[in-house]
Design a protein around this ligand. Structure first.
Ligand SMILES: Cc1cc2nc3c(=O)[nH]c(=O)nc-3n(C[C@H](O)[C@H](O)[C@H](O)COP(=O)(O)O)c2cc1C
Length: 191
């Protein structure tokens, strides 16, 4: 299966990127998975004027995002919580695309330095996922007090690591189920 991890913070000193890298590291150990990072900060898309498919200035990075999302079976979005929602740069990046996300399973991971772990970013992202015609994974992963979870880029909090593994297992289960369904003949309404 093809899995995409979107890292949603545009900040030079971002902490949520470490969570995205940890997810990639864990998924890379799973058999028969290919995992790709799409990085909102590196992509650095300008404020949306034209969506990708109608954009006279579309660049190679936009093309890469479009093709990578379209070819994926499941997507994990990692976002910091900013002012009670998800990252604006992430929203700007996603708004370039639409059909590419259709019928993808999307799992949400929020990251925060606070004790609530970014739950408000999760709730808003799940609504965005519905608007994209994608399937929000019911289980989500919040990341409270991210500043205490890593030491020299190594995840040192066993409790959070267990939450992450449980989230990833649920994500892979639903992604595989939907992928299998897409490969089958399915019921159609005969009119
Ligand atoms: C503009 C801005 C708004 C923020 N708002 C919130 C917030 O509403 N709730 C919260 O828990 N943390 C908030 N934070 C702190 C983030 O949780 C913190 O920056 C964390 O490290 C994740 O973001 P990062 O990946 O960009 O570092 C905010 C940070 C910024 C820069």
């Amino acid at each position: 299966m093809n899995i995409v991890v979107v890292s949603g913070s545009p900040r030079p000193q971002r902490t949520s990127h470490q969570v995205a890298l940890e997810i990639i590291s864990r998924l890379s150990k799973v058999e028969n998975l290919s995992v790709t990072l799409l990085d909102v900060k590196e992509a650095n898309f300008p404020n949306l004027d034209y969506t990708y498919k109608k954009n006279p200035s579309a660049n190679e990075t936009m093309k890469y995002f479009s093709e990578t999302v379209a070819a994926s079976d499941g997507i994990i979005i990692v976002s910091p919580e900013y002012n009670g929602s998800f990252s604006g740069a992430l929203k700007n990046t996603i708004d370039y695309f639409y059909g590419e996300f259709s019928k993808k399973v999307i799992g949400v991971v929020s990251v925060s330095t606070g004790r609530m772990g970014g739950i408000r970013a999760v709730m808003d992202l799940q609504k965005l996922i519905l608007a994209l015609g994608a399937f929000p994974l019911p289980k989500y992963l919040t990341t409270p007090e991210v500043q205490n979870l890593f030491s020299n880029s190594v995840l040192v909090d066993d409790r959070y690591a267990k939450h992450m593994d449980n989230f990833l297992e649920e994500f892979l289960w639903l992604t595989e189920a939907v992928k299998n369904q897409k490969e089958k003949n399915y019921l159609k309404i005969a009119i």
